[in-house]
Design a protein around this ligand. Structure first.
Ligand code: CP
Length: 302
């Protein structure tokens, strides 16, 4: 059975093949799969992009989705995640997409006989976000080797930062970090840390992160203005970026904090491209995990 709990569930060739397939979906490949798969999307934490792009990917693949709202379910009566998941398996779901606030929640689900796609676990991993980030970088530079990616902001609380850093280094990119020193991870070496002024001048990819206020015990400790001035991408700092460099952010964006409002849709920004790529990547992941067999019909052939 195939799961996607972390990117460690994929071999490097499988990961490369998913990116190629997602890139085909981004082009003119319209897949026709022959299947009767029904999946359920379980979101125990709020989500706009991940939830909606999984739903869009499922619609485009012809997958039926079972409506499941945590707030109207027996989770509210105390039913465990495992019993909820086993129930959905028992009634015929062929896979589950789950976002949950607990890091490594999927370890509770080892008794399941259907696959789990992790849509984000606490401060752990967010593998489909990483795949869509990789696809966006690949479409831009057609390589990962020797690219300098600087991940900026709330590293310690970010599942995106952890997953991305690990896979980008494996693929040959140089990864550095910038942001408040108290939000850095213990694993970050001194020579990987850059001030924001150094980061903007050195990065090929400037990957900004949202401040995860929901994971801070006593607030972030910075006013929006102070954070933007010291650690954010201001309009003046953007002017010092290399001509070809791009800006990424997993979103939701705190406009005027991680980056200036005017930069969210600037020529360097790939933020909305990342969201579009989320659908393509999630289609490739669903087809892989559910082992869907089918044909790709190309628009120009029809
Ligand atoms: N990037 C991301 O995971 O966004 P959502 O929380 O809206 O799904």
């Amino acid at each position: 059975m195939r799961n996607l709990r972390t990117l460690d569930d994929l071999t490097l060739p499988e990961l490369q093949s998913l990116l190629t397939e997602a890139d085909e979906f981004a082009g003119d490949a319209a897949p026709v799969f022959y299947h009767n798969a029904v999946v359920a999307n379980l979101f125990f934490e709020p989500s706009t992009r991940t939830k909606c792009s999984f739903e869009m990917a499922e619609k485009q693949l012809g997958i039926e989705t079972l409506s499941f709202e945590v707030s109207h379910s027996s989770v509210k009566k105390g039913e465990s995640l495992y019993d909820t998941a086993k129930t959905l398996e028992a009634i015929g779901c062929k896979g589950l997409v789950i976002r949950h606030p607990e890091t490594k929640y999927y370890e509770q689900l080892k008794g399941l006989n259907i696959p789990v796609i992790n849509a984000g676990d606490g401060a752990g991993d967010h593998p489909t976000q990483s795949l869509l980030d990789l696809l966006t970088i690949k479409q831009e530079f057609n390589r990962f080797e020797s690219l300098h990616v600087v991940i900026c902001g709330d590293i310690r609380h970010s599942r995106v930062a952890h997953t991305n850093a690990k896979i980008l280094e494996k693929l040959g990119a140089q990864v550095s970090y910038s942001g408040p020193s108290e939000w850095m991870d213990e694993s970050i070496k001194d020579d990987q840390y850059l001030t924001m002024d150094q980061a903007v001048e050195q990065a090929d990819v400037l990957m900004l992160l949202r401040i995860q206020t929901e994971r801070h015990d006593n607030g972030s400790g910075y006013s929006k203005e102070a954070y933007h001035h010291r650690f954010g991408l201001t309009e003046n700092r953007e002017l010092r970026m290399k001509p070809h460099s791009i800006i990424m952010h997993p979103a939701p964006v705190n406009r005027g904090v991680e980056l200036a409002d005017s930069l969210v849709e600037c020529r360097r920004s790939r933020i909305f491209k990342q969201m579009a790529n989320g659908v393509h990547v999630r289609k490739a992941v669903l087809a892989h995990v559910l082992n869907l067999k089918g044909e790709k019909i190309y628009d120009h052939v029809i």
